[in-house]
Design a protein around this ligand. Sequence first.
Ligand SMILES: Cc1cc2nc3c(=O)[nH]c(=O)nc-3n(C[C@H](O)[C@H](O)[C@H](O)COP(=O)(O)OP(=O)(O)OC[C@H]3O[C@@H](n4cnc5c(N)ncnc54)[C@H](O)[C@@H]3O)c2cc1C
Length: 476
Amino acid sequence: MPELQKPSEEFLNSLKELLGSTGWREGDDARYLEEPRGNFRGQAALIVLPANVEEVSEIVKRCSTARVGIIPYGGGTGLVSGQLSLENDHSIILSLERMNKIRNVDVKNDSMLVEAGCILADIQSAALDENRLFPLSLASEGSCRIGGNLATNAGGIQVIRYGNARDLCLGIEAVLPDGSIYHGLTPLRKDNTGYDLRHMMIGSEGTLGIITAASLKLFPNPQNTATAFCAIPSPSHAISLLKFCREEMGETISAFELMCAQGMKVLANHFPQEQDPFKGEYNWFTLIEIAGPSGIEEKFETMLMSAFENGFLLDSVIASSSAQSQALWRLRELMAEANKLEGAICSSDTSVPKSQVDQFIEETDAALLALHPGLRVNKYGHMGDGNLHFNVFPPEGIGKAQFLSTYPTIQKDVRLVIDKQTHQMNGSISGEHGIGRLKRNELQRYSDPAKLAVMKSIKAALDPHGIMNPGAVFSD
Ligand SMILES: Cc1cc2nc3c(=O)[nH]c(=O)nc-3n(C[C@H](O)[C@H](O)[C@H](O)COP(=O)(O)OP(=O)(O)OC[C@H]3O[C@@H](n4cnc5c(N)ncnc54)[C@H](O)[C@@H]3O)c2cc1C
């Protein structure tokens, strides 16, 4: 990678002058240097907050000339430290938070135009105000921003029906590493005019440029929804239940999540006000949501009854109000915070073919217990997409710090076990969170060599000075 410079005081002052007093913060502003799991702290020379695409372009041009690194920053909810410089304080963080206008909701074209700094939940509500659905939905939706969602190709709970961020984006505006502006905002559904720069920028984690605005796809807002929390005998029953649901309910399944008893235990430890509907009686659960035309709730109930008769599920609770549905969803959405409070030493983002989720769970569990028989594992995730999060905790009664000091290599060993198992099953080490700085070595180890070589060529062609998010994605 080319050598980058630590920016001089003079250079930083020139950026401050360009942006005015509301357009920057000192580099030690803690809000931009922390990450959700509290494991790492970043550094920065300066935080810049441009107000429009022209300012973004000017900042990038100046950084390119001065060979200064830029880290694009959305809501800071990324889980792989793509938004943090862990190496040094030489880069500037560029936050899109002031570029947060919803420019339009175009009902006739089923699309909307938003700036990159819009919070995901605000985009969802603006669409709902026009009786349309923007279906990207994640537990961090109150803080993450659409630029970050696109840069990470975020997944979430409704991928099973609507796809991930990539599938929901019609076009983008972006500033490229030389400061030029790519004007790709379009509501077109079909446009085969050469390479699609939109798809190159989506999922590139800020290494190829800065997404400044996006044209998003909208859907009809289904009028009726129903949520059920089901107890199932095992993960293989979840696979059968999903198949059965698909056959009976078709495309109306909006979410199909898997959870386990260890997760419910961890949740009860830290959020005792949230109730396990089955009072600890069962080991495995699915949280299912359907949405569609009127009459869909009755069809769902009938389907669950036949699933019970067929032995796919042991018990189920159907929410009878939106408050109950929210209470069921909280069980799933609080899981990330509960894992952190419990002291997870590793959190995976594994994706495997969904037909092999049960085999993956069984074999990985066994391999982890062989590594250390006391490890506790909370296995949960977007089962409908084959995307699981394995959260591994120290044995009961032993704190994280104590465990890590007794077994200094355990974190690395646990990750290796999960990654190896994933690779053996032709899975992915990053189902939805990306590579960032935490999985660079794993990308190098497990990626297809031809793919990695093309990625490096694209990076070198677009960003020859290596200023865009230096240290992210690539390990050399
Ligand atoms: C509780 C919780 C639950 C989560 N659940 C999910 C989930 O279900 N599915 C999922 O996919 N993720 C999930 N995440 C991870 C995270 O929310 C997503 O990765 C999200 O898309 C990140 O958006 P952000 O705006 O916070 O981006 P940031 O964290 O600010 O940045 C993430 C990456 O994108 C780059 N970036 C940010 N903005 C831009 C831009 N405008 N242009 C170019 N690059 C940019 C950054 O440099 C960085 O590399 C969860 C996180 C938390 C804390």
